[in-house]
Design a protein around this ligand. Structure first.
Ligand code: NAD
Length: 498
């Protein structure tokens, strides 16, 4: 039985007394055990990262960036191995794993432009003989805490940029599927990141709370559920850290009566059921404008659900794999029962699905609810499973009001052929990422990712330009040469260009 440990100062370590089982979601067989880091183990990782900071900070950005080019190559060369780890521990189908990894690689590609994005700002002659510039200096030890649903991509949102900016890093991946993140960090060291600059600790709340309260950690990036995100934000800020904490979501799509309904239905299938709905950008609610739109859409969705293939993630003909754990399967099926009790119409019931050869897996077929209303728990809560809710309204304004009323504000989209309606929607909806006929508007790597409301605690978004600002501190220098020019004597008025 393999025990997955930590990666500290370039060394593997597996000494903690507490462990957790890693279960294959397709079979419910035990795959490995993962160490749950004690406070002392996390402190060792922080001390290692702190010791590595002064030398790493002094390495010219172009040299740090070269390592990122090598990392990109290594990620591509090892893609099959990484995706196999993702499928084994998370359950997602291999094609989906490949998509996740590719998005992570694109973040590394953006980081490869670092000397450009770190150039800073310069102004000559801000006063007589005075020049001024702003530069962006690394913070020191940064930490990342990541969720189970993107075990490769979300860590790649974080540490490549943090490390390239001159910081050192401690990553705490999800204890449910830690292997891909651990393997990728080892590739980072193989690419040339000095040992100690990038460290991985596996663990649970004990590890996270140590990272959050240790004074040596300057900044924490978190991605996970909203209650934990809020805890990370309040505890981390109280401890004087810079925090960005990304939380849960409930993403709505509006389907207008003029939309291309075939296209909308096909787009919604992937957005709702891809990765079993275990995506923070999954569409989990469709708000259909007009009963005729809703009737036609539900009919089309039902027909497409009948063709959906659910099974083991390694079989590339499958569209959807198992849910991550048995406990999560039970939570999702509990929501389905609750929706029926609340009076929503369960048009397609995916419960009770048995996959031949994988009878013990955490399988659930696609589920479709119609006539869902505000106030129902299946609408207010993030279910994080293959459950799509259809709501019916008469106008676009009503649809937008439902979206604006919701606690979460991650992503949304509208299907329409009306440019004016689309523009109005994008301008006014209170959501961080908006799609127009694009169901999963996940920004590309050279923009930044983030929701509004309870989907993000903090200000700066993930990856892209915002992440350069998150992982650096602005310093503004104002200089006058030659200093001997100051002959007019002391000035007591506030210096200005009056
Ligand atoms: P989670 O909140 O259970 O866990 C996330 C991380 O927090 C893990 O590393 C875990 O070890 C740690 N953790 C869990 N409980 C903790 C506690 N009480 N104290 C301190 N640390 C704790 O989330 P998850 O189930 O792994 O991931 C799914 C959630 O993540 C969903 O809500 C999803 O919407 C969200 N998510 C959000 C985004 C985004 O960008 N907004 C992206 C991906 C996932």
């Amino acid at each position: 039985m393999q025990t997955i440990g930590h990666f500290i100062g370039g060394e593997k370590l597996a000494e903690d007394p507490r462990t957790q089982e890693i279960i294959n979601p397709s079979t419910n067989q035990l795959e490995a055990k993962v160490c749950l880091a004690s406070k002392a183990t996390v402190e060792k990782a922080i001390a290692t990262a702190e010791a590595a900071f002064p030398a790493w900070r002094a390495v010219p950005p172009i040299k740090r960036t070269r390592i990122m080019f090598r990392l990109k190559d290594l990620l591509e060369q090892n893609a099959d191995r990484i995706c196999e780890l993702l499928t084994r521990e998370h359950g997602k189908v291999l094609n989906d794993a490949m998509g996740e990894l590719q998005r992570g690689i694109e973040n590394v590609e953006y980081v490869c432009s670092l000397p450009e994005v770190l150039k800073g700002e310069h102004s000559r002659d801000v006063g007589p003989g005075i020049d001024s510039w702003s530069e962006f200096q690394p913070l020191g030890v940064c930490a990342g805490i990541t969720p189970f649903n993107f075990p490769a991509m979300v860590p790649l949102w974080m540490w490549p940029m943090a490390v390239a900016c001159g910081n050192t890093f401690v990553l705490k991946p999800s204890e449910r599927d830690p292997s891909a993140a651990l393997f990728i960090a080892q590739l980072g060291i193989e690419a040339g990141i000095p040992a100690g600059v990038l460290n991985v600790v596996n663990g649970d709340k004990e590890a996270v709370d140590t990272l959050l309260t240790d004074k040596r950690v300057q900044a924490v990036s978190f991605v996970g559920s909203t209650p934990v995100a809020e805890h990370i934000y309040t505890t981390g800020c109280a401890s004087g850290k810079r925090i960005q904490a990304f939380g849960g979501a409930k993403n709505h799509a509006i389907v207008m009566p003029d939309a291309d309904l075939d296209n909308a239905a096909t787009s919604l299938m992937g957005a709702a059921y891809g990765s079993c709905g275990e995506r923070c950008m999954a569409i989990s609610v469709v708000v259909a404008v007009g009963d005729a739109t809703a009737d036609a859409l539900v009919e089309k969705l039902e027909a497409q659900i009948a063709t959906l293939k659910v099974g083991d993630g390694r079989d590339t003909s499958n569209d959807m794999g198992p849910l991550v754990t048995r406990a999560h399967l039970e939570k999702v099926t509990g929501y389905i029962a609750r929706g029926v009790e609340e009076g929503a119409e369960l048009v397609v019931d995916g419960r009770g699905l048995v996959v031949e050869g994988f009878e013990d897996g955490n399988y659930l077929g696609a589920c479709l609810f119609d006539r869902v209303k505000e106030g129902m728990v299946i609408h207010s809560d993030e279910i994080f499973g293959p459950v799509l809710c259809v709501m019916r309204v008469d106008t676009m304004q009503e649809a937008m009001q439902i979206i604006d009323n919701h606690e979460y504000g991650n992503g949304t989209c509208i299907f329409t052929r009306d440019g004016e309606a689309a523009r109005y929607f994008a301008d006014n909806i209170k959501i961080g990422m908006v799609g127009i006929n694009v169901p999963l508007p996940v920004p590309v790597a050279y923009h930044s990712f983030g929701g509004w409301k309870h989907s993000l605690f903090g200000d700066l978004h993930a990856y892209g330009p915002d992440s350069v600002r998150f992982y650096t501190k602005r310093k503004t220098v104002t200089q006058r040469w030659p200093a001997s020019d100051i002959r007019e004597g002391a000035q007591f008025a506030f210096p200005s260009n009056r």
